[in-house]
Design a protein around this ligand. Structure first.
Ligand SMILES: *Cc1c(COP(=O)(O)O)cnc(C)c1O
Length: 422
């Protein structure tokens, strides 16, 4: 099945149940068991089925299986937010005393999670260069549990050398985690390039209209071959005492997402609401066509900005002059580069003036909405970073970030034109 078709049909059979065209919303916390034996079998994983919505839910199942197919993965588990997807993915591999390798160009929340929150859990984050990954291999030791990067980083609009990262990770048998939120599953599929785990904040392009938080973790097929008897991941190969001795690497199911579901979400509780899963499934139906329009609009705005006298620099991989252009052509569907773009004006004050001057763009710290958004990272999303961290993350105080929506690009260009002035 092609992606467009998967996005609309996969994982739901409208000939079953009440034959509803839209997948039903199972707004329930718990499920009844036929008898005591079935209850026992479900708990023992002898039979697969619904127990409690913290573990699974039929509405969420549709979203998970559809998204896994869309990304070309073998299994998926949805979470309450993108940050929950990131936390659970990392907690699934690393424990106190371990280290994780993170790109120097990541979403602000991921940076604080890795550098501050996980530090208090005894997990050390080591930063590598997103642009060339030259230093990546030298940071690896036997306690390294994962390598994390974004396929299209937010907000620096940078694309790493994904092939090189995967090649180094494969050599050292380390699990790679790619945050594919900004590129979106419509434009890029990390698993096809050898990435092990894909995470998304589905709050962005997946939902498409800024109506619910969500996250998802997807694993590639045959990940068990990397994990089986790999000392880095001994906890997948030894009996899990919290699950009556289950050895995850012996279970014939996608084991990474299974462990997130059965062990982590069971204990941490970052399960999605069924209603949000339903909204997210609606989002997947139109993701492909929306990403095309977001990308086309963004390219037109980027072209306009790059010719404007008050604009110092434009960051958009769709521009042939952009440093990331070659990588966008190589990795992304038809070179389409999503709806996020950045540009720098003279200084901090000028950036504030432009932001306050726009009328169609809304000042919001979000991306991936049908409505166009303007943000000033230095004073908002990245405010918690020190000036040192800001510099390392490549965020100039005059940087303005746009998330280009689905309006007519002529109106967006007109709005920016009047806000910039001549
Ligand atoms: C928004 C975002 C997140 C966090 O997702 P939430 O759903 O807001 O928790 C993580 N990574 C990237 C790239 C994001 O844009």
């Amino acid at each position: 099945m092609e992606k467009e078709t998967i996005g609309i049909h996969y994982g739901y059979d409208n000939k079953k149940g009440e034959r509803t065209m839209a997948s039903p919303i199972y707004q329930t916390t718990a499920y009844s068991f036929k008898d005591a034996k079935q209850a026992a079998d479900l708990f023992a994983l002898k039979e697969l089925g619904s127990i409690y919505t913290r573990l699974n839910n039929p509405t969420t199942d549709v979203f998970e299986s559809r998204f896994a197919a869309y990304e070309g993965g073998a299994g998926a588990v949805a979470t309450s937010s993108g940050m929950a997807a990131l936390f659970n993915s990392i907690a699934n591999v690393a424990e106190s005393g371990d280290n994780i390798l993170i790109s120097d160009k990541l979403y602000g929340g991921t940076v604080t999670l890795c550098m501050h929150t996980l530090k208090r859990f005894g997990i050390e984050a080591r930063t590598f260069s997103n642009d060339n990954a030259e230093d990546l291999e030298s940071l690896i030791d036997e306690k390294t549990k994962t390598i994390i990067f974004e396929s299209l980083s937010n907000p620096q609009i940078s694309i790493p050398d994904i092939e090189k990262i995967v090649q180094i990770a494969t050599k050292h048998k380390i699990i790679t985690i790619c945050d594919n939120t900004v590129a979106s599953a419509a434009l890029f599929n990390p698993i096809k390039w050898g990435v092990d785990i894909v995470v998304h904040s589905t709050s962005k392009y997946t939902i498409g209209q800024g109506t619910a938080l969500g996250g998802i973790i997807i694993e590639r097929a045959k990940l068990v071959e990397l994990i089986k008897d790999n000392p880095r991941y001994y906890h997948f190969n030894e009996p899990d005492e919290s699950y009556h001795g289950l050895v995850y690497s012996d279970v014939p199911l996608p084991l990474f997402t299974l462990r997130v579901r059965l062990a982590l979400i069971r204990d941490i509780g970052t399960a999605p609401s069924p209603f949000n899963s339903w909204l997210l499934t609606q989002g997947l139906e139109t993701l492909n066509i929306r990403m095309k329009k977001h990308s086309e609009n963004a390219l037109e705005v980027a072209r306009f900005l790059s010719k404007h006298s008050k604009v110092k620099k434009v960051f958009y991989p769709g521009l042939t002059s952009d440093l990331m252009h070659q990588k966008a052509q190589k990795y992304f569907k038809e070179g389409l580069s999503s709806g996020l773009l950045g540009f720098e004006v003279e200084d901090f004050d000028e950036a504030v003036k432009v932001i306050n001057g726009t009328k169609i763009f809304t000042i919001v710290v979000n991306i991936g909405d049908s409505k166009s958004i303007i943000t000033h990272p230095a004073s908002t999303t990245h405010q918690q970073l020190s000036s040192e961290e800001l510099k390392k993350a490549g965020i100039n105080p005059s940087l303005i970030r746009l998330s280009i929506g689905l309006e007519d690009s002529k109106d967006l260009i007109g709005d920016l034109s009047q806000a910039l002035g001549e």
